[in-house]
Design a protein around this ligand. Structure first.
Ligand code: SF4
Length: 832
């Protein structure tokens, strides 16, 4: 049986790339609730850098962390190199903070955001030493949430209970039901019976019909989770920034968009609360970038006042703001200009289809003129990059629609030579709970032909084309509308080695084709069009949308009839019943940028109130001089476990600490301003340090408040000293010429000190690099199984060269620890 254990896990750090993925530390430090009644592991079935950027999981984590009865931990799919070591050394998959094996938890919760991550779920269960099939497993209870659960059938054999809809309230209900069941000593089957009674929980064993759970008060939700949220990770995520959710749901009704349909109704967070929370959270975390999150951020009713207010703060604090989901109109360009005042960002637009006709089919009712106007504005306003998102394989698509994509991309590229245009082409996949859930998906051959046409025609020196792997899209389509038999295919494929199927480098289509064939199934069985009368595998999952509504949208699509945005006119889709309805932010008292007020007003649905006009005066804390008013020298220890951070990760963590300190930092100029800091030479991953030296430029020299400095640093990054330097104080590389390191070797074969000393002397005389660069070398300690020595060397000699040279000593060793002790000035150095 697999085992876990903290020492064993810490030992893994030296054997893998990117050990920071498994470090588990954050700022502020996680609190491990040792007296808990329930242990919950929240798992994301993809690499750390993807999972750590997932807002939903971080919200759930914070809500559970607040509960005194619950110990919560998190876990991500280990990369292949770690998995190899774990399987070889029989180490079980573990929670990052507690290092407990997943088997020790009462609940394991997976976030299912993408069909191509399903094999990773099975792999993680197996790595935890658990049976993958639900009926062969006892405790822990394995639950899943996320958009893929709206068709739970492909994973129904492996997951005990699915959360349908918003997870915040339902997860807490599940936890408390399990706590009470544990107290009563109930068996797993009985617990599952109780869970099926909770609104929003589907238990495959019971086969209950379930109605989606909806969080109706997002303000209250934000107030709740933000008490312990967010945790700033040290390892770098794909979105390494603060993310503020501004709204759930979308009223636009794009007929292919599952996210838009299943997250209805629209619920906006109040703009005043958001503005305040954003500032407060930036201050407490030290993030230098913030992004707003929703399906269509520029549809947020108070976006003008929110952006104006947030930008005024961001400009003062040199924080960049990004708005990833925007619609195609001039409003997006104005917002791009506004937020580009701190950091230059590109414009991302999603026309989705190449012609007005096809855009009518999908209910994305944009005209060519609107698209061209936006592109023109973008190019004249100085945007340097435009990303255009299109989909191929949409219902009724023909050659003219493909040509339309080429034409839009070319017209965009002709707007300006300086504009870099990227056309990103995805493949339409009919998803459950959408108006197109009955439609056929294009075959592999059709998609390949369409992609070839686009590759041959979207060419130009400022034009770039990106496309999705058609085989991955085929698999996504198969699983998305799959039934329980698809679960057997998933299991077969995993047994044959399929995992990380969403990563093209690890995706193996042959494995999937073979697994389907073994089950007597084919892609065509699942990708073909379906009759409107056909029963769907997800029929017992009630998303709130009436089937009659989806069917009428389907009919309207083929009749090229538009449906209005439901913020303007309710289409009676069925969602806003039983106390749930669209909720908009109130007009706010926060300032509005007049530069954008003139363009937002016409874009707002008539029923919504526009924000108030008014301009906030802007100030910056910048000094006019590039050198700043003063230089602060900090000496910082880099101690385990942070020694496994890369230099880049360490620098980010350091910059965030400085931002939290509230000191008046001087920022660099250019497109991505950053605090002006000079660093001592980078340390290799795995090397700790007794005193790294950082010079930080400030915009003031008097009345500086250092009271927050010490506690703004994180555990493992300890502030040793700080002092303000005179203006004429030399720069680091003028002042220091060397460094001393302490190396501890684990000796695999015993050897006497005299022999080692002799060999070192020979080495010093015979090796050129040592003669030139090593200034001193002495043995500190020699035991039967370890050897510790100190090396003083030139600043540009890195420990790995010393280790490479030591390998010539003809002794059998492994490196146990490398520590930088201090930097050396000329006077410190005694040449050997
Ligand atoms: S019931 Fe009406 S307002 Fe509510 S989500 Fe559906 S269409 Fe929109």
């Amino acid at each position: 049986m697999l085992k876990s254990g903290k020492n064993k896990i810490d030992g893994l750090f030296t054997k893998v790339n990117k050990p920071s993925r498994y470090l588990g530390s954050t700022y502020p430090e996680e609190k491990i609730n040792k007296k808990s009644l329930l242990k919950v592991a929240l798992c994301f079935p993809d690499l750390y850098e993807i999972g750590i950027s997932n807002l939903g999981l971080s919200i759930l984590y914070s809500l559970l962390e607040k509960d005194k009865d619950i110990l919560v931990d998190r876990c991500y799919a280990p990369a292949n190199d770690l998995e190899e070591v774990m399987r070889k050394d029989k180490i079980s998959l573990f929670g990052l903070e507690t290092k407990l094996t997943l088997k020790d938890f009462d609940i394991i919760g997976f976030s299912l955001q993408h069909e191509l991550l399903f094999t990773n779920v099975l792999n993680m269960l197996d790595l935890a030493g658990l049976e993958v099939k639900s009926d062969k497993r006892d405790w822990p209870i394995v639950i899943a949430g996320g958009s893929c659960c709206f068709n739970p059938e492909p994973m129904a054999d492996f997951i005990d209970a699915f959360v349908i809809g918003d997870g915040e309230e339902v997860l807490q209900d599940i936890c408390h039901e399990v706590i009470s069941a544990k107290k009563k000593g109930l068996a797993k089957k009985q617990v599952l019976g109780l869970l099926s009674q909770i609104k929003g929980v589907y238990v495959p064993l019971i086969g209950n019909t379930v109605k989606k759970r909806v969080v109706t008060d997002l303000d209250n939700n934000l107030e709740n989770y933000s008490k312990t949220w967010p945790k700033v990770p040290f390892g770098q995520g794909v979105h390494d920034r603060l993310t503020m959710e501004i709204m759930r749901g979308c009223g636009r009704g794009c007929r292919f968009c599952q996210a838009g349909y299943i997250t209805r109704p629209i619920r906006e967070v109040s703009a005043v609360l958001l503005a305040n929370k954003t500032k407060e959270t930036l201050e407490k975390t030290g993030y230098g970038e913030v992004s707003v999150l929703s399906l269509s951020s520029t549809d947020y009713s108070q976006i003008d006042s929110l952006i104006a207010d947030t930008m005024a703060y961001c400009k003062r604090k040199k924080v960049s703001l990004s708005i990833p989901s925007q619609r195609v109109d001039s409003f997006s360009v104005k917002i791009g200009q506004e937020i580009g005042k701190v950091k230059s960002t590109g414009l991302t637009l999603a026309p989705e289809a190449g012609t007005e006709r096809l855009r009518k089919v999908i209910n994305k009712n944009l005209t060519d003129t609107q698209i061209d106007c936006t592109l023109k504005e973008a190019s004249t306003s100085g945007a340097r990059k435009v990303k255009l998102y299109f989909m191929i394989g949409l219902p009724t698509e023909d050659q003219e629609d493909l040509q339309g994509i080429v034409d839009i991309a070319k017209r965009a590229s002709k707007k300006s030579n300086k504009l870099k245009v990227t056309a990103s082409i995805s493949t339409f996949i009919p998803k459950p709970h959408t108006a197109f859930q009955w439609c056929a998906q294009n075959s592999l051959e059709e998609i390949r032909q369409k992609q070839t046409f686009l590759k041959e025609n979207i060419v130009g020196y400022n034009l770039e084309l990106r496309w999705h792997n058609p085989e991955q899209s085929l698999l996504e389509g198969l699983i998305a509308r799959g039934d329980r038999s698809v679960g057997q295919v998933i299991k077969k494929a995993w047994q044959k080695g399929a995992k990380f199927d969403n990563w093209s480098e690890s995706f193996n289509f042959d494995i999937w084709s073979q697994s389907l064939f073994d089950q007597g199934l084919s892609f065509d069985d699942y990708l073909k069009g379906r009759s409107l009368k056909e029963e769907m595998p997800w029929q017992n999952i009630d998303s709130g949308l009436k089937l009659s509504f989806l069917k009428s949208e389907y009919d309207k699509a083929f009749a090229l009839k538009p449906s209005q945005d439901c913020r303007i006119k309710c289409l009676k889709c069925g969602v806003c019943e039983n106390g749930v309805k669209n909720i908009y932010s109130k007009p706010t008292e926060i300032a509005t940028s007049p530069a954008r007020n003139d363009v937002i007003a016409p874009c707002l649905p008539p029923c919504l109130p526009a924000g108030r006009a008014g301009r906030r005066s802007e100030t910056t804390n910048q000094s006019n001089g590039k050198e700043g008013k003063s230089r602060l020298r900090l000496v910082i220890q880099k101690l385990p476990p942070l020694h496994v951070l890369s230099h880049l990760e360490y620098v980010k963590a350091f910059e965030r600490s400085l931002r939290r300190s509230g000191l008046p930092l001087l920022y660099t100029e250019g497109f991505s301003p950053r605090p002006k800091i000079s660093y001592s030479p980078a340390l290799a991953v795995g090397t700790s340090s007794q005193g790294e030296i950082f010079d930080v430029w400030l915009t003031a020299k008097d009345s500086l408040d250092f009271s927050k400095l010490k506690k703004s640093f994180v555990k493992g990054m300890e502030l040793v000293t700080y002092k303000l330097l005179d203006n004429n104080h030399p720069r680091f590389f003028k002042e220091y010429i060397g460094a001393s390191y302490q190396l501890t070797l684990k000796l695999n074969k015993r050897i006497s000190v005299d022999v080692i000393n002799d060999r070192i002397k020979q080495l010093l005389n015979n090796t050129e690099i040592i003669r030139e660069k090593v200034l001193g070398l002495s043995i500190i300690d020699c035991k039967e199984d370890s050897l510790t020595f100190e090396v003083e060397c030139c600043i540009d000699l890195v420990p790995k060269w010393i280790i490479a040279v030591l390998e010539q000593l003809n002794i059998d060793f492994e490196v146990a620890e490398v520590k930088r002790l201090k930097f050396l000035k000329e006077l410190d150095v005694k040449k050997i």
